[in-house]
Structure formats: structure tokens, C-alpha cells
Design a protein around this ligand. Structure first.
Ligand code: MN
Ligand code: MN
Length: 394
């Protein structure tokens, strides 16, 4: 089978549908989204936009790193989760430090590259400190104050908040709190002289260079007990992925990371493979594509279906209970993170559902031969295998 839609960069599907495009046009962008230029004929109706690229966001550049975000402002369909991509710079003596702060949403994070030292203090003033390496996670509950500082090699990470309207610019910062409190109140609170209060910084730090962290053991706090491992971090890089016929998955939720109220699946899809047809009964899905090229069709009520293409750096979202698949359409591996604002990861596999039913009930609907129905696989495949059918026609 060939993919007719990839043969041309004109919005034409066969001899009768569509027509050539004289422009104005951005051919590079159209090539990136072949299934939007020539949608599958199964697409129907008007689903909202379900994709936004971090490459199309505003970058906030600071001395010490940068940050950018995809919130409900950029992607209105993503009401349950917003995402922030942040870089903290490397350094031999000083590294990028995200200022001490707290906020009004839960924060979940995935380390994309490099490593960081994190601190969090709980309601009993217990300190938890840990080093987070590439592929590891942390979770900071609403209101608990924390910091993130790059280790010598620097780091880049994804933050996800369980509120689509949450902006990383809407955090409560240590220096901001002090700058907006009358000086005599600060003096009384700490028992400081006016001269000491006058020494406090007057500018917003947010991200800034600071002396790089020392050894982890030096930062551990005896009050918190042995402090071997923090309940607020999860070393996902150290646990094996679960192999599937066409890739691999790693699920982290409250079952293996008890503090989290945001669950995640890290999914790798081999060339030719596909995250099988499924849906999530308990939450919207929020995706960050990490590598490769993908397409996803989302099926929703009212016979709506719309297909999107994704590349590294793209965010996707799927409404709760809406059916979807995610196909690797590139030549190499494709992987993505799927996040859910729910402590438990849940999915319904279309094939597992049908395989679990009495065969006569399925046959009455699909009118397929008995041997086809009895061969349906009841165990969740997650990622099915396939052959790479046609390479992209660039
Ligand atoms: Mn934070
Ligand atoms: Mn899904």
C-alpha cells in the first residue's frame, strides 16, 4: 500500500478531490503536516485544534537559562494540563537556578537532558533533596516551596501543571513576596534591623546563575531522617520499560510513585509501529513528542474525527474518553510522553474490549468470520507492530 497523500505536496487526494495550491503558502510547514494538507477521507466535522508546537511559543530569556510554555492560551482544548519547557545553564562554578517558589497547581516534571538538584520542604519543615537525572521525574504538591538548580552539565526539563490555565509566570517567588511586604513587617517577622532588610534584593530573580550545588550528601538534612531518596522524586531512568510488540511503555502513577496526582506513560513506537486504538476513561491526555514523526486521529462524539501530525517539540491533547491511535510515520523511533491529571493511569484498548466480549455479540456488530473474532487479543498490546509501508517522500 502506498500513501497517496505523501506523494504530492498539493492539497489533492486522487483525481477528483481538492486541487493545486497557488499560494500564498509555506511549503515547509505543509510538508510537516501531510495529514492536515490531505486529510484521511475518514476525517469528519470540526474538532478543535489539538496540537501546538513549543517552537511557536514565546521564549523568556534570562541570565541562567530560558523558559517557554504551552498553556490553554496557546492550546485552548488543553484545559486539564499546561506545560513548561525550561533550560538551566551549565557551568563550572555557577549554574542556572530556578528561584525558590511555590504555586497554586501541582507540578510534575520530566528531565529531558542533563541533571538538576531539587529541594522541597513540607508542612513539617522537613527538607527533601535529590538529584534528578535524564529520564527521571519529580512531583511537587500545590503550595510546597521548592527549587531546581542545574548540576555542572546543565539541564532541560518539562514541567506539567494540573490546570490548563496555569502559567509559569504565575508562581509565588521568594524575592517577590519580600519585595511586596512592608519593610517594617519583614523586620518584625525575622527580628532583623532596618539595615539588614535594606540588603534584600530588589529585583526579580526567577532564573539566575548561582554557585553550583555541592555533593548531594552535604545538602541532605538530618531532620528528615535518612533522606535516602525523596518521596517527591522518581528515578524512572532506573526502571525497565515494558516491551510491547511494536515498542515499549513505562507507566508511572500513584501505584509506583505514591505522592503523584499526575500519571504518565512514556511510550516508544518502533518504525512501522502504532500505539493501538484506545481511549482513557478517567482523564484528558496531554502529550509531548520527544522524537520522530507521528500522526494521530482523534474520534469524538457527533461523528467527529480529525487527524494531526506531530514532531519533536509538539504538544498534543486528547479529550477524555475520545478514541485515538498514534502511528509512527517516520523512518526512526518515535517517542512521546502522555500525561493525565489523575493519580491512576487508565486506558481501554479497543481490541481488548472486543476480545473480552461474547464472540456472538461482536459478530452481530462487525459481521466478521468466527476465526477472526476468536483471534482478537485480550491482553493490552499498547503498541502494535507493523511493517514500514512507505518512506516519506521528501
Ligand atoms: Mn515550580
Ligand atoms: Mn492515549
Amino acid at each position: 500500500m502506498t500513501r497517496e497523500r505523501n506523494r504530492s505536496i498539493e492539497p489533492m487526494d486522487g483525481p477528483r478531490l481538492g486541487g493545486t495550491e497557488d499560494g500564498p503558502r509555506d511549503v515547509m510547514r505543509e510538508r510537516e503536516h501531510p495529514d492536515m494538507l490531505v486529510p484521511p477521507r475518514t476525517d469528519s466535522g470540526t474538532l478543535p485544534n489539538l496540537r501546538f508546537s513549543f517552537s511557536d511559543t514565546h521564549m523568556l530569556l534570562k541570565d541562567g537559562g530560558w523558559t517557554r510554555e504551552v498553556t490553554e492560551r496557546e492550546l485552548p482544548a488543553a484545559t486539564a494540563i499546561s506545560g513548561v519547557n525550561m533550560r538551566l545553564n551549565p557551568g563550572e562554578h555557577e549554574t542556572g537556578l530556578r528561584e525558590l517558589h511555590w504555586h497554586k497547581a501541582n507540578e510534575w516534571a520530566y528531565m529531558i537532558s542533563g541533571a538538576a538538584r531539587i529541594t522541597i520542604v513540607d508542612t513539617e519543615a522537613n527538607l527533601f533533596v535529590d538529584d534528578i537525572e535524564t529520564g527521571d521525574l519529580w512531583f511537587f504538591p500545590t503550595g510546597l516551596p521548592h527549587s531546581i538548580q542545574a548540576l555542572e552539565q546543565g539541564c532541560e526539563f518539562l514541567l506539567a501543571f494540573d490546570d490548563g490555565g496555569f502559567s509559569e509566570n504565575g508562581t509565588l517567588l521568594l524575592t517577590d513576596f519580600l519585595r511586596h511586604t512592608p519593610p517594617e513587617v519583614i523586620a518584625r517577622n525575622f527580628g532583623w534591623s532596618n539595615e539588614i532588610v535594606a540588603m534584600l534584593p530588589r529585583d526579580d530573580l526567577y532564573i539566575f546563575p548561582a554557585p553550583k550545588p555541592g555533593s548531594l550528601s552535604d545538602d541532605l538534612d538530618s531532620k528528615s531522617g535518612d533522606s535516602v531518596g525523596s518521596p517527591y522524586s522518581f528515578h524512572m531512568s532506573k526502571i525497565p520499560a515494558t516491551a510491547c510488540p511494536g515498542g515499549a511503555t513505562t507507566v508511572v502513577d500513584a501505584r509506583n510513585f505514591p505522592v503523584t496526582t499526575i500519571s504518565c506513560a512514556l511510550i516508544r513506537v518502533d518504525p512501522g509501529g502504532m500505539r493501538e486504538l484506545h481511549w482513557h476513561p478517567n482523564a484528558d491526555e496531554w502529550q509531548l513528542f520527544l522524537e520522530g514523526e507521528a500522526r494521530m486521529t482523534v474520534f469524538d462524539t457527533g461523528s467527529l474525527a480529525r487527524t494531526f501530525n506531530f514532531r519533536a517539540g509538539d504538544v498534543g491533547t486528547v479529550p477524555r474518553a475520545a478514541g485515538h491511535y498514534i502511528e509512527n510515520i517516520g523512518n526512526g523511533p518515535m517517542s512521546f510522553l502522555a500525561l493525565f491529571a489523575s493519580p491512576r493511569y487508565q486506558d481501554i484498548s479497543l481490541q481488548s474490549w472486543l476480545a473480552a466480549l461474547p464472540p456472538e455479540l461482536v459478530k452481530a456488530h462487525l459481521r466478521l468470520p468466527d476465526d477472526i473474532i476468536t483471534a482478537l487479543k485480550r491482553e493490552n498490546q499498547s503498541v502494535v507492530a507493523g511493517t514500514l509501508q512507505k518512506l516519506r517522500n521528501d
